[in-house]
Design a protein around this ligand. Structure first.
Ligand code: GLN
Length: 495
């Protein structure tokens, strides 16, 4: 079977930390590193479709500026200066189009940079390009992109997950050592699990959402992805922090994530209490995934952790609540795409009213899943149904948060499989939206509660030889625990 996974040698096989070390010691130039990744993109992305836009010129220009500063004897602008990143095409950039993988925004370039984009620029991180996603981040397979699906580097017939499948495929295929995604219900963690990469959904409010095209504002959170826990920590540390342009941004000091990852590298988990969620240890999920999950629990015990069984009864209702709250917020956020202010405009030939032009623009600009969610959300919020749907879902949301709070009284972190199965075949779930929604069952409770979580590689399923992820969850503002336990788990996997 064709695979396009990380090459075994050369610059594109190295981790971000290794690349940074080589660039900062002047063993290689940032330009060489960026060029190697651009070459890799040219070599394999025709098959994978991870990038919607490649910004070769811009990335090389940043690299050259980093090289010039280092050659002049300056300190690196950041620990990752010169190491390139792949940016989900939901973050605005002034020097490249931002489409959200929608026809609605095709060809649109933002007049301002997202705060995360700016932070990357300030850190001297070359942006290789904008990666593919499900349209407006709605989906679990990247098949809802208006510009064609992304394929999984481990099996080109399969999905890399979604919505951030482009970024994860780029990491897995060695097209980028670092990536930025967003996670509303799992869109960073789930693709990470399916592509043998690391993805973190940070605590809600700790990474600015300014300039991130909104899907569901009370759930959306930008976050880092990479191939190792340490690389993810290095990137996370750079993009975190309060922002006056994001009203939900919180001014809480970011813990030292890099130190936590380094602490975990010795693999010692003595004294760490790990909660096994009863609701996410079920019969009926893929055998190969559950075998890996149980092996992970054994490994954690061998590393010194104590496993505690925890009951989170309302997690069974989390999916239903999420798929009411999420579309409700979508129905409001998508209203700005009206064909009037920016983006696609259809039928404006002087004979039609503004209402008709708006209707025609939205009919043509949005794909079926976005329309489905606008309709669902509008229904859930409408008079007469609000109490039965939206309000009820918010009550469940509170109960889910309470389940987490109770669990964290007796454990430091919680674990579960990241997904119930490995990567599914492209097209397999397209006729049944509920099947697709079900795939996010393990990841979305965390978003409802605003906490933080990581997916870390947990080997390959014995039944299909595809990547499996272990999900680690921690309380709000305790993102450092993810890195400590994640790095220890990663170290244990290598033994
Ligand atoms: N798959 C989930 C959804 O479709 C989550 C998407 C996301 O996290 N952006 O809503």
């Amino acid at each position: 079977m064709t695979k396009h996974i990380v090459p075994e040698s050369g610059l594109t096989s190295l981790t971000a930390a290794e690349l940074a070390e080589k660039i900062h010691s002047r063993e290689v130039t940032s330009r060489e590193v960026v060029q190697a990744h651009l070459d890799r993109i040219a070599e394999v992305d025709g098959d994978l479709n991870a990038f919607l836009y490649v910004g070769a010129e811009q990335a090389l220009a940043t690299a050259e500026a980093v090289d010039a500063a280092l050659d002049a004897g300056e300190q690196p602008a950041s620990p990752l200066a010169g190491v390139p990143v792949a940016l989900k095409d939901l973050f605005t950039t002034t020097d490249a189009p931002t489409t959200a993988a929608s026809k609605m925004l095709e060809g649109w370039t933002s007049p301002y940079d997202a705060t995360v984009t700016l932070k990357l620029r300030e850190a001297g991180i070359p942006i290789l390009g904008k990666t593919n996603l499900d349209e407006f981040a709605m989906g679990s397979s990247t098949e809802n992109s208006a510009f064609g699906p992304t394929r999984n580097p481990y099996d080109l017939e399969r999905t890399p997950g979604g919505s951030g499948g482009g970024t994860s495929a780029a990491l897995a295929a060695g097209m980028a050592p670092l990536g930025i995604g967003t996670d509303t219900g799992g869109s960073i963690r789930q693709p990470a699990a399916l592509t043998n990469t690391v993805g973190v959904k940070p605590t809600y409010g700790t990474i600015s959402r300014y300039g991130v095209i909104a899907a569901a504002s009370s759930l959306d959170q930008g976050g880092p992805t990479a191939r190792t826990v340490l690389d993810t920590a290095l990137l996370h540390q750079l993009i975190a922090g309060p922002d006056e342009f994001d009203a939900t941004s919180v001014d809480v000091e970011v813990p030292d994530l890099v130190a936590a990852a380094k602490k975990g590298a010795d693999g010692d988990l003595k004294g760490v209490r790990v909660g096994r969620i009863k609701q996410f240890d079920r019969d009926g999920w893929q055998d190969g995934v559950m075998e890996r999950y149980h092996a992970a629990l054994d490994q954690l015990v061998a590393q010194g952790a104590e496993i505690v069984d925890v009951d989170c009864p309302h997690f069974d209702d989390a999916l239903a609540a999420y798929y009411l709250i999420m579309p409700s917020e979508v129905s409001s956020n998508m209203a700005r795409f009206d064909g009037m202010r920016y983006g696609l405009r259809v039928g404006d030939d002087g004979t039609r009213s503004a209402d008709e032009v708006m209707a025609m623009s939205r009919a043509e600009g949005f794909g079926p899943e976005v329309k489905r969610r606008i309709i669902l959300g509008t229904y859930a919020l409408s008079v007469g149904y609000y109490d039965a749907y939206y309000l009820q879902a918010q009550r469940v949301r509170t109960l889910v948060a309470q389940d987490f709070a109770t669990a964290f009284e007796s454990v430091d972190v919680l674990v579960s499989p990241t997904t119930p199965t490995t990567a599914f075949k492209l097209g397999e779930k397209n006729d049944d939206p509920l099947e697709m929604y079900n795939f996010d069952l393990c990841t979305l409770p965390l978003n409802l509660a605003g906490l933080c979580g990581m997916s870390v590689p947990n080997g390959f399923a014995a039944d299909d030889n595809l990547p499996v992820g272990l999900q680690i969850m921690a309380p709000a503002f305790k993102d450092d625990r993810l890195y400590h336990v994640g790095a220890a788990f990663e170290a244990g996997q290598k033994k």
